[in-house]
Design a protein around this ligand. Structure first.
Ligand code: ATP
Ligand code: MG
Length: 220
């Protein structure tokens, strides 16, 4: 069994997330990808994030009909800030024994990995898949994490990944470049512009019907 865990704020989910998840599922032959919205993202406290409920509803709408995609509210079940290390530990402790976990994240997020709680331990807990994102080059591990740790991850040609001391691997994979971001979607909604084809129609409709991301939502 191979599961991909795709963490994020998903405020809102968009086609960049969905397409990447689909490609990674295909490349690694995963049994499923689980979207895991952060209840309280530790690194995004500089702006208001819409409620967990709305973000989760939009994920559910976006993945509807794809039996290989699911979502988890595990980070909303915990108090306080949502740390990936706690989520990974949860899945390691509550999943079938033969399970291989792959944590999926974009190159931009990986560049900031050292700000994540217990980041060095995190990298040894499961496999990581770093996906390309417009504006961020793949650099491997050098320059992203200190060399005393990066030296412990050895490139393995047979898997095209960097095998770490605990038997887990960090992979870098090219996926289609879709320069779509939640920030851009929120900006467009605020400015009254269309977000059609940036996120599934069902999510567009949800945003409109709940007046999400608008500067001055109508008083109902
Ligand atoms: P925001 O602009 O609010 O930061 P976002 O579009 O970056 O939103 P997140 O929820 O922050 O979306 O991203 C969750 C994960 O998905 C991160 O690891 C991020 O790097 C990755 N990701 C998001 N959009 C893309 C994309 N278009 N291509 C590749 N990876 C992406
Ligand atoms: Mg982001």
């Amino acid at each position: 069994m191979k599961w991909g865990l795709f963490g994020g704020t998903f405020d809102p989910i968009h086609l960049g997330h969905l397409r990447c998840a689909g490609e990674i599922l295909e490349i690694f032959n995963l049994d499923k990808v689980i979207f895991i919205p952060a209840a309280q993202p530790p690194l995004k406290n500089d702006r208001d994030i819409i409620s967990f409920y709305h973000r989760e509803q939009m994920i559910k709408l976006a993945i509807e009909g794809n039996s290989l995609f699911s979502s988890s509210d595990i980070e909303n079940q915990r108090e306080g800030r949502s740390y990936s290390i706690d989520t990974i530990k949860h899945f390691l402790n509550h999943s079938p024994e033969n399970l291989e976990l792959y944590f999926i994240l974009g190159q931009d997020a990986f560049h900031g990995i050292q700000a994540w709680k217990e980041w060095d331990k995190l990298l040894s807990l499961c496999n990581f898949i770093v996906i390309t994102r417009p504006g961020y080059e793949i650099k491997g591990l050098q320059g992203i994490i200190p060399s005393d740790l990066s030296d412990k991850f050895k490139y393995d040609k047979s898997t095209d990944g960097f095998a770490g001391p605990t038997g887990n691997t960090i992979f870098f994979r090219k996926v289609i470049y879709l320069d779509i971001s939640s920030t851009d979607i929120r900006d467009r909604v605020r400015k009254g512009k269309s977000i059609m084809y940036l996120t599934p129609d069902s999510v567009c409709e949800y945003i409109v019907s709940h007046s999400l991301y608008m500067e001055h939502p109508p008083i109902s």
